[in-house]
Design a protein around this ligand. Structure first.
Ligand code: ZN
Ligand code: ZN
Ligand code: ZN
Length: 370
């Protein structure tokens, strides 16, 4: 999808307003989704620095190595260019730009490599350095209408992939890795060959929420935590279901599953503009804690989703920031019993003017896979 140029100009203008509010003179953005957010161009992280400098006034500058300049050539109409040669240190160019624009308070995006930042601090020691996230999260966490459409479409495709997968794929006797390949194939069949991640954690492996999918063979009676997402035109989906192979292992599992389901619904119902992020976590945690499983819900209830899989806002105790209409978050409580199994149920949820809107619509009930 071609995004019109004025979208990027508006984003830069808004970044400058926020910089002014926070007393920041320069935003230094390394290769990351932040770079793409302001330019429309993807970047690759490498030892050769590509960066965007947004001064509080004056022209924004793209810093790019000579050999990659053709990749961003069309930006030359809208940005000043610093093309650095192979024998140069790009940080010299960055420092020079900052000197020229008179930047004192320099904000850096979180994804820039530490090595570049440390060099800049040595070259310009008499500046103050800040995290740019304060500006960036205000911009990125509230999605434009076209971003919401892309995120919904990413979720819709992921739902369709799950429906195909769960109707068709056999899991008993196969390895987690084999099953993950089938799920990735289903995502590719629905136009998402760039699989963002695909966790298949069977039986006891399910008690490690970010288990590395591997060679364990799935047995009848195994719950399987399957957390997966794809990328649609630069926007992520993120969904988790916990089906079982053949049959449920025992009544404890069924009870815990219902508690997670209830907690997921409680968090969903808590989502509304103006609600503190931590209150969404609390809503889910209360359900799980009241039923005696509080010690086994070992992560926050959710995170923002957009051009990355995990981003602001984080739905976690201690985050008092209010949700705003246009944010998109995950709702993903879980219960993890070490040595036995794990359960997680996750949907992506948009914050509307009045509450929450689920982007995923496939059944959340226990699904039996063959
Ligand atoms: Zn996760
Ligand atoms: Zn997930
Ligand atoms: Zn998630």
């Amino acid at each position: 999808m071609a995004i019109s140029k004025d979208v990027f100009q508006k984003r830069i203008a808004r970044a400058r307003e926020l910089m002014r509010d926070e007393g920041l003179d320069m935003l230094f953005i390394g290769p990351s989704s932040d770079f793409t957010y302001f330019t429309g161009h993807p970047t690759r992280t490498s030892e050769r620095l590509t960066a965007l400098l947004i001064p509080h006034e004056g022209e924004p500058t793209v810093v790019v190595p000579r050999l990659e300049a053709p990749l961003v050539a069309e930006l030359e109409n809208d940005f000043a260019f610093e093309v650095w040669e192979e024998t140069e240190n790009p940080i010299d160019r960055v420092a020079e730009r900052i000197r020229v624009t008179g930047g004192e308070a320099i904000a850096i995006n979180d994804q820039i490599w530490g090595g570049f930042l440390v060099q800049l601090q040595h070259k310009l020691p008499n500046r103050s350095y800040h995290r740019g996230v304060s500006v960036l999260k205000q911009l990125r966490s509230v999605k434009d209408p076209f971003e919401l459409d892309l995120l919904k479409e990413a979720s819709r495709r992921t739902d369709d992939a799950w429906a195909d997968f769960s109707n068709r794929v056999k899991v008993i006797g196969r390895t987690e890795a084999e099953v993950a390949e089938d799920l990735k194939g289903a995502l590719a069949d629905h136009g998402m060959p760039d699989v963002a991640f695909c966790i298949v954690a069977s039986g006891p492996n399910g008690s490690s929420p970010h288990h590395h999918t591997a060679e364990r063979r799935i047995e009848a009676g195994d719950p399987i935590v399957m957390d997966f997402g794809g990328i649609h035109e630069g926007y992520f989906s993120d969904v988790t279901r916990t089906p079982v192979a053949g049959h449920v292992p025992d009544d404890d599992f069924t009870t815990a599953y219902e508690i997670v389901l209830e907690a997921q619904q409680a968090a969903f119902e808590a989502i509304a503009p103006g609600v503190a992020c931590q209150d969404v976590d609390r809503a889910a945690r209360k359900v799980i804690t009241d039923r005696g499983y509080g010690d086994y819900f070992i992560h926050r209830v959710g995170h923002g989703i957009g051009m990355t899989g995990h981003e602001d806002p984080y739905l976690v105790e201690g985050n008092t920031e209010p949700l705003q209409a246009g944010m998109v978050v995950s709702d993903e409580p879980g219960i993890y019993i070490p040595g036995k199994w794990g359960i997680r149920i996750e949907d992506s949820v948009g914050v509307t003017e009045t509450g929450g809107e689920r982007f995923n619509h496939v059944s959340r009930d226990i699904t039996i896979l063959g």
